[in-house]
Design a protein around this ligand. Structure first.
Ligand SMILES: CC(C)(COP(=O)(O)OP(=O)(O)OC[C@H]1O[C@@H](n2cnc3c(N)ncnc32)[C@H](O)[C@@H]1OP(=O)(O)O)[C@@H](O)C(=O)NCCC(=O)NCCS
Length: 177
C-alpha cells in the first residue's frame, strides 16, 4: 500500500514485515534506545533474533500484525500489534510504534498507526488496542490522542532511566470493534 500522510510528507510504502527486515528494525530501536525515556528496552536488550521471531509469529496470526514503512528504498519505520497470549485476552493487542532515526516528525508514525488501526478494525479477532507510553514522550502521546486513544491511568515511577531517576508510564486504549 502506498501512502502519503500529509502533503509535504515523503511518499511511504506500508507493507508486512519480513523476517529479513529484523536486523534493520533492531538496529533502529537500538539507536533510539540510546536516548532514555523513549523506549523501555535498553540497547543491549534489542537483539535481532527476537524481532525475527515476532515477525514470524505474527505473519499468519488472525489477531496480530507487523508492518514496516519504506521510503526512498529503505525501511524508515515499523509498528506492530502484538496479541496478548491468554485465551480470555486474545482480542487485545499491544501497540509498538517506531519511526526510525532521521524520519521522526515526518508522518511515518501516523501512516503506520493509521494502517494498523485500519487492519485492526477489519480483523474480527481484534477488539481493543492498548499501549504504554512514557509520560515525557509528548509527541507520541499527541499522535495517539489524534487517532482516538484515551488515557486510562499512569504507573508512577515505573521506568527507571538512571539510578534514582524514574518516569511515569501512561496507559492508553482504543476500542476498534
Ligand atoms: C513517537 C513516534 C512513533 C511518532 O511518529 P512520528 O513519525 O514521529 O509522528 P508523526 O510525524 O506521524 O506525527 C507526530 C504528530 O505529533 C505532533 N507533535 C510532534 N511533537 C509534538 C509535541 N512535542 N507535542 C505535541 N504534539 C507534537 C506533530 O505535529 C504530529 O501531529 P500532526 O500530524 O497533526 O502534525 C516517533 O516519533 C518515534 O518513533 N519516536 C521514538 C520512539 C518512540 O518514542 N516510540 C513510541 C514509544 S511509546
Amino acid at each position: 500500500m502506498r501512502y502519503r500522510f500529509r502533503m509535504h510528507d515523503p511518499e511511504l510504502t506500508i507493507r508486512s514485515a519480513q523476517v529479513e527486515d529484523a536486523p534493520a528494525l533492531a538496529q533502529a530501536e537500538r539507536a533510539i534506545a540510546e536516548t532514555p525515556g523513549l523506549l523501555v528496552s535498553q540497547p543491549h536488550e534489542l537483539v535481532h533474533e527476537r524481532f525475527a521471531q515476532k515477525i514470524a509469529a505474527l505473519a499468519h496470526a488472525d489477531n496480530g500484525r507487523y508492518l514496516v514503512a519504506e521510503a526512498e528504498g529503505r525501511i524508515v519505520g515499523h509498528g506492530l500489534l502484538d496479541p496478548l497470549a491468554l485465551a480470555a485476552v486474545r482480542h487485545v493487542v499491544h501497540l509498538t510504534l517506531v519511526a526510525h532515526p532521521g524520519w521522526q516528525g515526518r508522518g511515518v508514525g501516523g501512516a503506520l498507526l493509521g494502517s494498523l488501526i485500519a487492519w485492526a478494525k477489519s480483523a474480527p479477532a481484534v477488539e481493543k488496542i492498548e499501549l504504554h507510553v512514557r509520560s515525557s514522550n509528548a509527541r507520541a502521546q499527541a499522535l495517539y490522542r489524534k487517532f482516538g486513544f484515551t488515557e486510562m491511568g499512569r504507573w508512577r515511577r515505573r521506568v527507571k532511566v538512571a539510578p534514582g531517576q524514574y518516569l511515569d508510564d501512561v496507559a492508553m486504549e482504543l476500542f476498534v470493534s
